[in-house]
Every structure is written in structure tokens, then in C-alpha cells.
Ligand binder design. Structure first.
Ligand SMILES: [Zn+2]
Length: 407
């Protein structure tokens, strides 16, 4: 079949989607690419990624080029080559092409499963697919609006049951003006956007009629099932075929393991998890309250027994079990000439200073220089993430003593 836009290259994948090897003549050799008179390499397009493979010189089978991508422009199919093109590949010579079949076949399964899923979303929920990213391991489709989890569940059951029932997939070319009304009525894709006299329609049983130039498998039973990897309401990421079966097996066993851990039946894991989260939130809240009580008592104790260096009062203690915000909240405003030195969860060293001659950020800066830690802040409050809590208080006291002497 010739490309409807009359490129110089005959597109063999439209006649035989299962063609893995072909012969061609080099029409043009460029710095990084080749144009051929015919090709079975699918160029990226319609959401389906490009084929990979090799181009081999007919008379010298050891001369082989690796294709890194195939791209379609308005009137050309360009085969981009990895690395430098061997000078023996010349315009007019005969070559053979070999498609990376494992990748291509997966792309065909991916693409066909996308047609079926998108068709069921239209049929059951009346939502169109606006874009698809079809790769050899997974597919992402984007929808024109969000659908619910229960809608997706219905779509998924129908899609998998349809795929497993082994429906035929057909590729047919029609003159634009001669498309049967029956097909036109449910056709996915816009005829108005195609400026060629002939169009290619992919029919999957009586479920789906779609304008498409991609490659597809012959029967849906080749796909097996699809499994959802991620769902964001208006986008669905899924795996298909063998990958889907493997994921299904692993998820199935994980569910059983989790059900044992939670002492709940597999179907009740969701309900049980909600309860566990509720209990956990309550425990966390209780823990926060107990921490606050403990903090209050300890802080009252250290506040009433400060260490004094000259006229400076130093409040210090280790509160690694508590979040910084709780410690600062309970610490409250300090009286004049007072410095608080505390270690909080992290561990993080926090210094609060009400002594203008000894700003917190400067004390932290000296501490970080001595200990190779990183930190900063303002004259009132500064902090440093610390690796080691040993001797921290003694070091800060020493820094303050030395600063007082300087002053
Ligand atoms: Zn397609």
C-alpha cells in the first residue's frame, strides 16, 4: 500500500502487520538517516512509539546499521541510524530490514488493547480518549473528563472479558466517500482532519471502528488481559499481555499476605485498613498530647534551673522525641539575657536567643564551622541538622564563653 500522502516510500506494515523482514533500495543517504523505497518499520505516530531494528547490506551481510527511531514527516519516512553510517551504504543499493519483533509485537498488543479500552469507555461512560502514549510495556490514555472508580471497574471487567473472548481485528482501506453508514455512525476519530482520499479503519468485531494508521494484532486473544497500574480520574496507565498476568499474580499474592497481616479477608482489606488508619491517627494524637505534657514538665524544670555564664542564662536540654514546633510552642517567649539551646527530632539543634550580643545565627555559624554541619537562621532563632548529639551542649557553652570574653 502506498502512503496516502504519496511519499516515496511504500508502507509495508499496512498490508502485513506481521511482516518482520523485507527488502528495499536506498533512495537517499543523509548524515544520520536513510530513506528507503519501501519499509516495514513503523514510524512514531498516532500515540504509538517507533519501531527499532536493523538495516543490512544485501551483498555484505556483516554490514549492519541499527535503527534508533523512524519518523514521519509530511512526505517522508526517515530511518534514523545509531552512530555513523558505514560509507558502504550508498544510494541505489539493495538492503534488507529486520524489525525488532519483540518490541513491535508488544506495541501491536498495546495499541489493540488501547482501542478496546477506549471503546468501552465511550460505550459505557460516554467519555472520549483525547490522547494515548503507546509503549512496548505500558500504555497511558488521557480522557476528556474524569470518570469514577466504579465506572472504571465496570469498564475493566467488560474490556478483559471482551479481550479474552478472542475477537477479530481487521484493517480496511476505504474511499472517504464510500465508508458504510453503519461504520460511520460509530467511527472514532475525525474524518474531517484527514486530507487524503483513502482512509484506514481498524474494526474490532462490532465493538469498535477507528481511524488509525498504527499496527495491531489479528485477534484480541493474543493480548490476554490488561491491568491498571495507575488511575487519576482522567488518565489511566495500564499493562497488557504477559506483563499484566505477571503483575496480576504478584498483586494477588500480595493481597493474601496483607490479608493475613491485617487478619482480614482479602475482600475486606480496604475496610480493615480504614480502621487501622483511624486507630493510628488516634494513637498519634494521644502520643502528641503525652509529648506535650512531658515537654511542659521538663521545660518548667530546665527553665527554673538555668546555667549561668556571667549575666547570661542558658536553658538547655535534649528533646529528640518531640517535633521542633511543639518544643518552641512550649518554650514560649524567653526573658531578657536568656539563650535556649535544645535538640529536637531530626536531630536538629535549635538556638533561641534573647541576648543581642550573642545572636543565634552567629552561634550556629561557629558551631557548624567547628563540627562540619550545615545550618542558619536569624539573630533570634537558628538551627542546624546534626549528625552527632554528643558534647553539643558543652560545645555551645564553650562558644558562648569565648564570645563573652571577646565582647
Ligand atoms: Zn490503532
Amino acid at each position: 500500500m502506498r502512503n496516502p500522502k504519496e511519499t516515496k516510500t511504500e508502507l509495508l506494515f499496512w498490508d502485513d502487520q506481521y511482516l518482520t523482514k523485507f527488502e528495499a533500495i536506498i533512495l537517499e543517504k543523509r548524515d544520520d538517516s536513510l530513506l528507503l523505497d519501501r519499509t516495514a518499520f513503523y514510524p512514531a505516530g498516532g500515540g504509538q512509539f517507533s519501531d527499532y531494528g536493523h538495516i543490512i547490506l544485501k551483498d555484505k551481510k556483516t554490514k549492519k546499521l541499527t535503527i534508533k527511531s523512524v519518523e514521519k514527516t509530511d512526505n517522508e519516512i526517515v530511518h534514523y541510524i545509531k552512530g555513523k553510517i558505514d560509507p558502504e551504504f550508498k544510494t541505489g543499493l539493495k538492503v534488507s530490514g529486520e524489525i525488532n519483533w519483540k518490541r513491535r509485537y508488544n506495541l501491536m498488543l498495546a495499541h489493540t488493547s488501547q482501542h478496546v479500552l477506549s471503546a468501552f469507555i465511550v460505550n459505557l461512560v460516554n467519555v472520549k480518549t483525547t490522547k494515548a502514549m503507546i509503549d512496548e510495556n505500558e500504555v497511558v490514555i488521557y480522557l476528556e473528563r474524569k470518570i469514577s472508580e466504579s465506572e472504571l471497574s465496570t469498564v475493566l471487567i467488560n474490556t478483559n472479558s471482551f479481550l479474552l473472548s478472542g475477537k477479530n481485528v481487521q484493517s480496511t482501506f476505504y474511499e472517504k466517500s464510500k465508508i458504510p453508514e453503519k461504520i460511520k455512525a460509530i467511527l472514532r476519530g475525525s474524518l474531517g482532519e484527514i486530507d487524503t482520499p483513502k482512509v484506514r479503519i481498524i474494526s474490532i468485531d462490532d465493538l469498535d471502528q477507528s481511524l488509525c494508521g498504527g499496527t495491531h494484532c489479528k485477534n484480541t486473544s493474543e493480548i490476554g488481559i490488561i491491568i491498571i497500574n495507575d488511575f487519576k480520574g482522567d488518565s489511566i496507565n495500564f499493562s497488557f499481555g504477559k506483563k499484566a498476568l505477571e503483575r496480576f499474580a504478584s498483586i494477588n499474592l500480595d493481597v493474601i499476605k496483607t490479608s493475613k497481616l491485617l487478619s482480614a479477608k482479602p475482600a475486606e482489606i480496604g475496610k480493615r485498613m480504614n480502621k487501622v488508619i483511624e486507630e493510628f491517627t488516634e494513637l498519634k494524637e494521644n502520643n502528641n498530647q503525652l509529648t506535650k505534657i512531658l515537654l511542659k514538665q521538663k521545660l518548667e524544670e530546665v527553665k527554673s534551673n538555668p546555667v549561668t555564664i556571667g549575666s547570661i542564662k542558658i536553658i538547655k536540654d535534649d528533646f529528640q522525641y518531640a517535633e521542633k514546633k511543639f518544643v518552641l510552642q512550649e518554650l514560649g517567649p524567653l526573658s531578657k539575657n536568656t539563650i535556649a539551646v535544645v535538640i529536637v527530632k531530626g536531630p536538629i539543634l535549635v538556638i533561641v536567643s534573647e541576648e543581642k550580643m550573642l545572636p543565634a545565627d552567629e552561634l550556629i555559624k561557629i558551631f557548624c564551622k567547628k563540627t562540619n554541619n550545615k545550618g542558619g537562621g536569624t539573630p533570634k532563632i537558628a538551627q542546624a541538622a546534626i549528625k552527632n548529639t554528643k558534647n553539643v551542649f558543652a560545645m555551645i557553652e564553650q562558644i558562648i564563653e569565648e564570645k563573652i570574653i571577646e565582647i
